[in-house]
Design a protein around this ligand. Structure first.
Ligand code: S3P
Length: 413
């Protein structure tokens, strides 16, 4: 079974902690990233326990968190750090956020800059652009902000700070990124309205604890979708997967490449659309990808590169500069690794061009400390001729600790 959605799991812990009353989360992702968020809120006084396979969170209300007496460790998780920065900016206390060496090198100026405009006091190293971040919480004022990047983490940090601001806070982005925060705000009773490519929130309203059922993560399902397409004679049903339209770029791209993918049993669960996904082996063709489709598939490009490497013809990816500031530079990492597998890859500033081949070559590659690079290269290894070795795969536990076991199981059946 593909585990729970990472983005939704983070947000369930955050809103559950800030709400009044109990929030019960089913399907919470037990990955290192989401556990980092959970532990940070526990460290700020939130009582969260696992009972009957569900996470029970006793919310403390908007102003019920306690000042943490040590650094909050976000590990490898950009979502934990950026979203919590928005929340902590509005608290009546001081806090420090840090993380592993990869996270400490990722750009934080993109959240610090708008939050500072809202009145937040945040210091960071490298001229206020990198963690560790020191946050002196205080009063915030509303803001109307046009984000230069389509980023759900930036949008969410601002909307979360908006819960604490006087007046209205509006965020717009160049194209719509995942809208789980907006949906969950509504589900928990926040005063939020959608706007074209954005949302507007009014501060000061308390949230109410809810039952949240987290669907399987389409970003984790993606590895199995691509595996089933590439391994001959496969048929795979992945149940209960989140198909929020801001996340289904992977399906649109693969369908355009000629994939056989069907959505069954479509329904809505806790304010999010969910379906079962049926995948059958298919011959893929190269396509061009760019524009609004990119943020809708932003985490799936490593594994889409593997699909492109096995497709007939050339796949051209553009407008994907954001991939250079993920857990690693994913354009450089996939170009390096696929070249080792014998693929003709051209790296461009905002994407890459991949010419498909009949036979991937088994090879020795590195994950660059990035879970999705590790899993993508293991999927490439499934279809490659000869042995593939991927080093530094512990990072897979950040989002999908059961990946290897599940892959072994699926390959046996
Ligand atoms: C996420 C947003 C995306 C995505 C990340 C999770 C979120 O990041 O890549 O894995 O949960 O909000 P950006 O906001 O940097 O695009």
């Amino acid at each position: 079974m593909v585990p729970g959605d990472k983005s939704i799991s983070h947000r369930a812990v955050m809103l559950g902690s800030l709400a009044r009353g109990t929030t019960v989360v089913s399907g919470f992702l037990q990955g290192e990233d989401t556990i980092a968020t959970l532990n940070a809120f526990r460290f700020m006084g939130v009582d969260a326990r696992e009972e009957d396979g569900k996470l029970h969170i006793q919310g403390r209300g908007l102003y019920g968190l306690r000042e943490p007496d040590d650094v909050l460790d976000c590990g490898n998780s950009g979502t934990s750090m950026r979203l919590m920065t928005g929340i902590l900016a509005g608290q009546r206390f001081y806090s420090v956020l840090s993380g592993d060496r990869y996270l400490r090198n990722r750009p934080m100026g993109r959240v610090i800059e708008p939050l500072t405009k809202m009145g937040a006091r945040i210091l960071g190293r490298a001229g206020g652009t990198k963690a560790p971040l020191a946050i002196q919480g205080g009063e915030l004022k509303g803001l109307s902000y046009l984000s230069p990047v389509a980023s759900a983490q930036v949008k969410s940090a601002i909307l979360l700070a908006g819960l604490y601001s006087c007046g209205e806070t509006e965020v717009k982005e160049p194209s719509l990124s995942r809208d789980h925060t907006e949906r969950m705000f509504r589900y928990f009773g926040a005063d939020i309205e959608p706007r074209a490519n954005g949302a507007i929130v009014r501060g000061g309203r308390e949230l109410d604890g809810r039952e949240v059922t987290v669907p399987a993560d389409i970003s984790s399902a993606a590895f199995f979708i691509v595996a089933a397409l590439l391994v001959p004679d496969s048929e795979l049903l992945i149940t209960n997967v989140g198909i929020n339209p801001t996340r289904t770029g992977i399906l649109d791209i693969l369908l355009k490449m000629g994939a056989s993918i069907d959505l069954l049993n479509e329904r809505e669960v806790s304010g999010e659309p969910v379906a079962d996904i049926l995948v059958r082996s298919s011959s893929l063709v190269g396509i061009e990808i760019g524009g609004d489709l990119v943020p809708r598939a932003i985490d799936e490009f490593p594994v889409l590169c593997v699909a492109a490497a096995c497709a007939d013809g050339r796949t051209i990816l553009r407008d994907a500069r954001e991939l250079r500031v993920k857990e690693t530079d994913r354009i450089a990492a996939m170009a390096t690794n696929l070249a080792k597998a014998g693929v003709d890859v051209l790296e461009t500033e905002d994407g890459m061009e991949i010419t498909g081949t009949d036979t991937l070559r088994g090879c020795a590659v590195d994950s660059f400390g990035d879970h999705r690079i590790a899993m993508s290269m293991l999927i490439a290894g499934l279809v490659a001729k000869g042995e593939t070795t991927v080093t530094d795969i512990d990072c897979i536990a950040t989002s999908f600790p059961t990946f290897i076991k599940l892959l072994e199981k699926v390959c046996r059946t």
